[in-house]
Unconditional design. Structure first.
Length: 275
């Protein structure tokens, strides 16, 4: 299994520092937050894109994902949302990233209406993604929090360049058991995004294994050659401990969880109750 972390945990850090941090902490990849606050976003030019590639190649670290903020079920015209996804896909292609992350963003729309809007837009953008050799992943998030929610959209799209990103916190908050999430998402899954929190009422990020999220159960069915990405939401919780000092222990925790799974003994990896 390969490990990555999201730059949401190290907001605004220079790419050279991020790449070196990943290499020194034993992570094979990085999920780049694509936002104007960050060094990499769709508005940067060819020079900046080439420099980003060089920094990560020097460190021997893969750019796994361009984590965009397109909300594909949002109210409004289709064209701006499709164009946003396509610009993210072009950025991913230029950086050598495999994936683009998008959000549902359906708000209070009736589920069937939100599903139809999201599927129509995602289907259109998936054609561009296919031409560029990248895959758009719809994250379990906000209006489509569970695997069942995301699967409704992806079933309508029916395109291999449109898939799912499993954010384990959101499916947990949605009351969906990990085995049900996996069953729903397995035909579409790009990779798993892990994190840990204290409770449903306190979503401040914690070191992996210190909170209540059922990480062992979520990773139990994960593909041995797949990716797991730690999304530590430091950007939204500035008082949370700094991520760099936690990365090595976080990777070791994930290795322990996966090792217990592979040995057939999940007892040592059981997460605290509270789900």
């Amino acid at each position: 299994m390969k490990f990555a972390f999201s730059t949401l945990g190290v907001p605004g850090r220079p790419l050279q520092e991020v790449a070196r941090l990943a290499a020194d902490s034993g992570y094979q990849g990085v999920e780049l937050r694509a936002h104007p606050e960050e060094p990499v976003h769709p508005g940067i030019g060819t020079t900046e894109r080439a420099e980003a590639i060089r920094e990560f190649e020097r460190a021997g670290v893969e750019i796994l994902t361009v984590a965009g903020y397109a909300r594909i079920a949002s109210v409004g015209e289709d064209s701006p949302v499709i164009k946003e996804m396509e610009s993210l896909c072009r950025l991913a292609k230029d950086l050598g990233a495999s994936f683009v992350r998008v959000f549902p963003g359906g708000g209070d729309l009736p589920p069937a209406e939100a599903d139809a809007i999201a599927a129509r837009r995602l289907g259109a953008a998936a054609e561009t993604a296919a031409d560029l050799g990248v895959r758009i992943l719809l994250e379990t998030h906000d209006s489509h929090r569970t695997g069942a929610d995301v699967t409704r959209v992806l079933g309508l799209v029916g395109h291999k360049h449109a898939g799912a990103l499993w954010d384990v916190m959101h499916t947990w908050l949605g009351g969906e058991a990990p085995e049900a999430t996996h069953a729903a998402l397995s035909p579409f899954l790009g990779y798993v995004q892990v994190k840990d929190v204290a409770s449903r009422d306190d979503l401040t990020p914690l070191p992996l294994g210190r909170g209540v999220l059922p990480l062992a159960e979520c990773l139990a069915p994960a593909a041995p050659d797949g990716w797991v990405c730690w999304e530590y939401e430091k950007r939204w919780y500035p008082t949370a401990p700094e991520l760099p000092g936690l990365l090595t222990a976080g990777r070791e925790h994930l290795l322990a969880v996966i090792g217990d799974r592979d040995s057939g003994d999940g007892s040592a990896a059981a997460e605290p109750s509270g789900t």
